[in-house]
Ligand binder design. Structure first.
Ligand code: FCB
Length: 456
């Protein structure tokens, strides 16, 4: 059981790294999930417009057409964000908003981000900007999307153009958000846009995503030398209740597939070979020099962590997920498992000698929040944040270089295939009026950061 204190206050232990003013605390969003305005100012269609408009692909048929209407309400949102006392904001740029189908810049789209970033800077907020949070221009998908090597080069052109335009306004660039989800859910399971279902596509897409990352890194460094450059990976903790060798191997394979598939190429310049036992025949085509492009040094690694998965062997080369009974879960059905975050961070620190400084670029939970008499009492989220921040503190104490933590999310938004039902925000959004209401979690975080700032 969660102790009442954890649900009612947001107050890290006195010796926690969270009290250090240089430990960055921020909030995160992504373009397609909040902006809306999909037809405005020359924005072209993305794969998520197509996918979400296809019957049966999202819960209740929800789309990102209006979302939080942030494209029009960004000034109000910047004010709200600044009122939380956070030190940074992580956002993403919508590629289809800033680049035309023939690869020219779309000035109106670029101006939106210039105004936004300028306003954030004026409020003293650090800007963490992701170039690709899943909204591939549809015309590139029509030519094969990430399965087509050419998309990596188109991505690099976009990175080059936008970093020339916005240099000096960004503290840290992340090339990709969660390439695992883009590759696996986009081209393997089909749960995400573009909804393809073939593991051979997924592994090739992953390779091209990572190649695009590496090509983009070069442009970002050249065009914006004072900014940090990194990438954001989602990672998962896998365990097995089956203590046998087969059970333990299943858990190992789960983490290999979710974590090392991405981290090995980035930090060791190779894919783990056991992947090709898990997926025989799915080895991607890799051209000479690719792994050096992919494995360039990074200034930071963004880690997104949400839950743990329990697995058993499938009796062949793989594993099967088996839900544990009686564990605490979120509105997504995800298990709340803070120690997984500590465990993974410590493990990465041990296994990758060249691990760059880490930011937790996403962590948070969905709850079925309701506004009652003007208040949103999201106690489970407060407890969740307390416990995960303590896990980060423990990892830092164990020697891991974690520099910051971003709450997912600043506000309720379009949760991909789950639409608007799943609420991850520390700010509640009433989608019928677009009214924003600070949840209790947001108020407590604000209070804590005010206290921290007041300390000498
Ligand atoms: C991550 C995504 C983010 C959000 C959270 C809940 O996988 O990066 O956009 O949907 O999950």
């Amino acid at each position: 059981m969660v102790s009442a204190a954890l649900e009612e206050t947001f107050s890290p232990p006195a010796d926690s790294v969270l009290w250090r003013k240089d430990f960055l605390i921020g909030a995160a969003t992504a373009a397609y999930q909040i902006e809306g305005a999909i037809h405005e100012d020359g924005r072209i269609p993305s794969i998520w417009d197509t996918f979400s408009a296809t019957p049966g692909k999202t819960l209740a048929g929800d789309t990102g057409e209006f979302a939080c209407d942030h494209y029009h309400r960004w000034q109000e949102d910047v004010e709200l964000l600044a009122s939380l006392n956070v030190g940074a904001y992580r956002l993403s740029i919508s590629w289809p908003r800033v680049m035309t189908a023939d690869g020219q810049k779309n000035q109106k789209g670029i101006d939106f981000y210039r105004k936004l970033l300028t306003a954030l800077r004026a409020k003293g907020l650090k800007t963490y900007v992701t170039l690709y949070h899943w909204d591939l221009p549809q015309h590139l998908e029509d030519k094969g999307g990430w399965v087509n090597r050419d998309t990596a080069y188109r991505f690099a052109e976009y990175a080059d153009m936008i970093s020339r335009e916005l240099h000096g306004l960004v503290d840290a660039w992340a090339t990709l958000n969660e390439p695992w989800c883009s590759a696996m859910h986009g081209y393997g399971t089909g749960h995400h846009a573009p909804g393809k279902q073939d593991v051979v596509f997924a592994t090739q897409a992953m390779h091209h995503l990572l190649l695009g990352h590496g090509l983009a890194v070069r442009h970002l460094r050249a065009n914006d030398p004072s900014a940090q450059v990194g990438i954001v990976a989602n990672v998962g903790r896998g365990t097995s209740t089956d203590a046998s060798e087969a059970g333990q191997r299943a858990a190992w394979l789960f983490e290999l597939q979710h974590n090392n598939w991405i981290l090995d190429p980035l930090l060791k310049k190779s894919y783990p070979s056991a992947l090709w036992e898990l997926w025989p025949g799915a080895e991607p085509t890799i051209l000479q020099g690719d792994m050096d492009i992919i494995g360039q040094p990074l200034d930071f690694l963004g880690i997104n962590y949400y839950f743990r998965t329990n697995v058993v062997s499938d009796g062949k080369h793989g594993y099967t997920e088996v839900d544990l009974e009686g564990v605490e879960r979120t509105q997504m059905g995800w298990e709340v498992y803070p120690d997984g975050l500590r465990h993974l961070l410590v493990g990465f620190h041990r296994d990758y000698p060249n691990l760059p400084p880490i930011y937790i670029t996403e962590n948070g939970m969905a709850t079925d929040d309701k506004v009652v008499d003007g208040e949103v009492d999201d106690r489970q989220r407060i407890s969740f944040l307390n416990r995960h921040l303590e896990a980060v503190n423990q990892a830092v104490k164990a020697g891991v270089d974690v520099r910051g933590y971003f709450i997912w999310s600043l506000m309720d938004n379009f949760e991909w295939a789950f639409g608007y039902e799943r609420r991850f925000g520390i700010i509640h959004v009433d989608y019928s009026t677009q009214k924003r209401t600070l949840k209790r979690s947001a108020k407590l975080v604000t209070q804590f950061l005010a206290e921290r700032n007041a300390k000498s």
